[in-house]
Design a protein. Sequence first.
Length: 303
Amino acid sequence: MFGIPRLEYADLLLENGFKDIVVSYDPELVKGLLDKGFNVHIVVGAFRLDNEFRDPRFLAEDPYGRRHIWFGSGCPNNPDIRRRTLRQISEIIEKHSVNSILLDGIRFASMGSGIEAFATCFCENCRNKAEEYGYRFEEMKQSVKKMLNAFYDFKQAWDVLQAYRSSPAGFLDLARGKHGLLDWLEFRERSVSDFIVEVRNLIKSYSRKASLGAYVFTPSLAFLVGQNYREFWRYLDFVKPMVYRKGRGVACLNFELARIAEDLLRWNPWLPEAELISLLYRVFGLQEEGFPIARARALKQAV
Ligand SMILES: [Zn+2]
């Protein structure tokens, strides 16, 4: 069961066979649930911007130097944000015999937060991290800038995608001159996996009982946000894949695709909306038949 408004509903859940419950950290509620015999799983926002982090230097930076808040979160490589999360997790594990910690928002921005927020992060912390990993930071940054420019003026990309009928060959053509794009995606993955390792080691140092899980984007979107299923199995005890076909928030397929369409149409009002949305379905491997092809409907409906 995800969430419980008050402890007084706990008995009702137990009577109906629920034994596992996911809640955010509230010491009294957690203690109460454990006392009643629940398996308790605590969800922790990995890079969430609490009040102490309401300052531009904690936000993710795009290649034009603009800072963005995505999913209420900041830069995944910011050492202060990371330390805060590790502190929170130690406090939980130290004080309560919980069954697992579940990381939420353990990623970089998705396009559902807007294409400009997606095109991050190029802050000083990420520069240092990229150099430490051996990536060519400037090349990644220039490539992501070119990618953004191609979205701002979508004419060439549109023509190529139409000519190649949205096939992988078309994407190879579009990737020309943007050598750093794959490195950028890999850099995001590595940054996320590294933090997961830190959290895992911290938990295992305190408790043999507690396991570590994470909410993960659906596979066709995960690689865009720095989540690599092929790596996660090494460090996570379990994953909760967010295969949401329909919903009103990031990670939901309809919402993510509709937000891409929204940005593209804002920057390129000449684009034919229905064709653009059909193209996005094809790009993300969905059969378009029967799906909504108007932005407003795609935002609300299943894909
Ligand atoms: Zn950064």
